[in-house]
Design a protein around this ligand. Sequence first.
Ligand code: CU
Length: 134
Amino acid sequence: MLKQMETRTAGSKKMNRYLAAIAVVVGLLAITGSAVHAGVNKSSRTTVKSTLTNYKIKLKKKSAKRGTVTFKIVNKRGYHNLCVRGKGIKKCSKKISKGKMTFRVKFKKKGRYILYCSVGNHEKLGMKTRFTVR
Ligand SMILES: [Cu+2]
């Protein structure tokens, strides 16, 4: 189809220059478009220092960007874990007594999540806190 157009406008240098300009603009738009797309898709990584004790969860950060969040947990007292629920996610770390562990969660959706401990009735005793994904 383009070939036909070129044949028809053959002899018109002005038209050819016009078509070349359009091609350049379309090319630039394609480049800018893909750059913006890459920016949106870039998944973020956040580390959140977390402390567990009887019966509290303390977070150094209460929010993160969408992406992978690594909770670096120190359990100071008692037997606990760290769980996340909300937006279709329900995931728990292993349970530990005094010590350290890492718990990694991939947050795909923005919104409010709850972090809690699933041991016994610890959540009711206060081991519960809000976590926001932006
Ligand atoms: Cu607990």
